[in-house]
Design a protein around this ligand. Structure first.
Ligand code: PRX
Length: 646
């Protein structure tokens, strides 16, 4: 699709960045004085306890440091500083799946978070720098817990509630966490489910670091409690004071860890900073969503992912906006649920994933027409490429043809948006994330580090440090350097490799073409093939396995497994067994969709599996690549035939 969609004129007039001239002017400002640009913003946006004395320290690249020696507290930035002007404004509007609502004003949020912070300190002895794992459903207490940690300087690590006990255990151990905060359970598709028993299983072995479990009662189910270890939040919180002084944090003190999958090995604990991260959260809320004082902002992500961190909790609250948090699924009680909420809560900016748009388009195309969606000003997408069909439906049926769609490209590691349209300025080409935000130096290069020509795929890199970039991988600085910074240098400094491919079109628009490594994006969830293959290899029938992504109409990609067996087990039964293992070790999000029994895997003479060929077959495409380097080229012919059912 080559059509270009101009921003709505009326919207542009009131937007922060009104046209491409203003965008270019900002990018010139950054190019002229890189540090000066960030200096001005940081001074303007952050309520510093103590000023910093240097903007950027590049001496230990790629371990960049920003706003050196500055002191701040992110929770003060998100709550405390708003009390003067916004104390009775709704900070969080929470909606339960059953339709119940809680409206938490900034003042109430302040008190709740203070009590929570005091509980962490006084009852559990949590101190600055301690790690706290959150395994929570989508309830306000998840946000309270994050902000309470930040208030006292503890480092939170939120583990998505869909991960299994084993996955949770690995993350608790890797972070050496002292405390786990969880809930008895929550509601999903109208029925209660339990979370606490999963924590119990996780803590059965190897988690000696974790001394206590704090349980928020959400659905008041009967759960087992271990005397001395497990504590009920609802009982204890009442005894804590509503006042708590914020811990002064250094700009570079870690705010949180968030585990994400890479192409090799176990998940990586991405470590984010305090000042740079919060500055970026605020900067992107202002420019990419153009959120204004009386706006209501809704991001449908789960707080267990980076999108939930930055655009449900930290970004909206740092701005003093109203953020919506929804507990349940989009299809409950029907596919009009989200549109109904937009109508009732008069949502102004709505941010979701292409998977959800495709699903709602497929099962409820007639639903948006039943609701008044006129409050919407900006629509956003994140996590995966959006296909033209889904884009057009979102634009016309949800946005009424008047809202810009900001297709935001970014990653857990980047902390916030990196490449995205600006809703009042950028003429949009559907399917393109368009241009880097002012301040971001993105380049597309080939393996040798040369810029790729227009229309040719290359590696998407960021060639200058930015404030909210990943600081390190928790406990593994070498892996940090190895995972993200190759040999390529720009101005003598290492270049950040995103792991994504991208290309420019003739107008300089950037299109993300997908991962260039062995990471698969299923429904916007990032999964490492190596991690899943390690789990599958534990099945006694499996001799060898290779997992690749296969295009899927709703999920974007689904997991396709090529398996060489040791026994003559039937494919269906093996798939069932494998999925049971995956659910136990990782979680249902990593289940395989299809499995093909094969006589062998295509390998080079040095024994490397040629996944590229397996991906081609899974996409039902013909193999055009050179297969002469394979140890046994006949294998690929056999696999192709099996795939086609010949
Ligand atoms: O492949 C890119 C894809 O999601 C990856 C990052 O995943 P994660 O760290 O889980 O964060 C997801 C939310 C930011 C990227 O490497 N991705 C993200 N946004 C887009 C995208 N692919 C295409 N278009 C996007 N807008």
């Amino acid at each position: 699709m080559s059509e270009v969609f101009e921003p709505n004129r009326e919207f542009s007039r009131q937007a922060r960045i009104k046209n491409m001239c203003e965008y270019k002017e900002l990018t010139h400002q950054v190019n002229d004085d890189y540090e000066g640009y960030w200096d001005k913003l940081a001074k303007e946006k952050i309520d510093w306890f103590e000023p910093y004395d240097k903007v950027l320290d590049e001496s230990d690249a790629p371990f960049y440091k920003w706003f050196i020696n500055g002191k701040l507290n992110v929770t003060h930035q998100c709550i405390g500083r708003h009390l003067k002007n916004r104390k009775n404004k709704a900070a969080i509007i929470w909606e339960g799946e059953d339709g119940s609502r809680r409206i938490i004003t900034y003042l109430l949020l302040y008190y709740r978070v203070n009590r929570f912070a005091n509980l962490l300190k006084n009852r559990f002895g949590i101190k600055k720098g301690d790690r706290v794992v959150l395994y929570m459903p989508m309830i306000p207490e998840a946000a309270f817990a994050m902000l309470a940690c930040a208030k006292i300087g503890a480092i939170h690590s939120v583990v998505f509630g869909g991960f299994s006990a084993e996955a949770l255990r690995d993350r608790i151990i890797d972070a050496d966490a002292k405390l786990v905060i969880t809930a008895d359970g929550a509601y999903r598709r109208g029925t209660p489910y339990l979370l606490k028993p999963i924590v119990d299983t996780a803590l059965e072995s190897g988690c000696e670091c974790c001394e206590n479990v704090l349980v928020v009662k959400r659905n008041f189910e009967d759960i087992d409690m271990i005397e001395g270890r497990d504590h009920i939040y609802n009982d204890l919180i009442k005894n804590e004071s509503q006042h708590c002084d914020p811990e002064p944090m250094d700009s570079e003190d870690p705010l949180f860890l968030l585990y994400t999958s890479g192409s090799t090995g176990k998940p990586k604990g991405v470590q984010h900073s305090s000042a740079g991260y919060i500055l970026w959260a605020q900067y992107t809320m202002e420019n990419v969503f153009d959120v204004k004082e009386n706006d209501t902002f809704w991001c449908t992500a789960d707080v267990g992912w980076i999108t939930g961190h930055t655009y449900i909790v930290y970004g909206p609250l740092a701005m003093g906006a109203t953020t919506i948090m929804y507990e349940g699924v989009p299809l409950y009680p029907d596919a009009g649920r989200w549109w109904n909420m937009i109508e009732e809560l008069r949502v102004n900016q709505f941010y979701t994933a292409p998977t959800a748009i495709r699903l709602l388009h497929k099962v409820g195309a007639d639903q948006p027409g039943k609701y008044d969606l006129s409050s919407l000003k900006v629509l956003g997408t994140v996590g995966e490429p959006i296909n033209p069909d889904a884009w057009m439906w979102y634009y016309n049926e949800i946005g009424g043809g008047k809202c810009s769609i900001v297709d935001t490209w970014w990653q857990t590691e980047t902390g916030g948006h990196m490449i995205s349209p600006l809703p009042g300025a950028t003429p949009i080409k559907p399917g393109s994330a368009t241009f880097p935000l002012p301040g971001i130096k993105a380049e597309i290069i080939d393996e040798e580090g040369n810029p790729t020509p227009v229309g040719e795929k290359g590696l998407l890199c960021i060639t200058k440090p930015w404030p909210s970039m990943i600081r390190t991988i928790w406990g593994d600085p070498q892996r940090f350097v190895k995972s993200y910074f190759g040999d390529c240098k720009k101005d003598g400094k290492p270049v950040y490799f995103s792991g994504d491919g991208a290309m420019y079109d003739e107008d300089g628009y950037i299109t993300i073409t997908g991962r260039t490594d062995d990471v698969i994006n299923v429904s916007g969830h990032r999964l490492g093939t190596a991690e899943i293959e390690n789990v599958v290899a534990h099945n006694d029938n499996v001799a060898e396995v290779a997992i690749v992504g296969k295009p899927d109409d709703i999920k974007g990609e689904s997991l396709f497994a090529y398996v060489v067996t040791k026994t003559d087990i039937e494919a269906d039964l093996l798939k069932k067994e494998i999925n049971q293992l995956i659910v136990k070790d990782i979680g249902p999000i990593a289940k395989i969709d299809a499995l093909l029994l094969v006589p062998g895997l295509p390998k080079t003479r040095s024994g490397k599996i040629m996944r590229r060929l397996l991906r081609t077959i899974a996409k039902s495409e013909d193999i055009t690549q050179d297969i002469s380097t394979l140890e046994d080229p006949s294998i690929i012919i056999k696999i192709e035939k099996l795939f086609k059912g010949e």
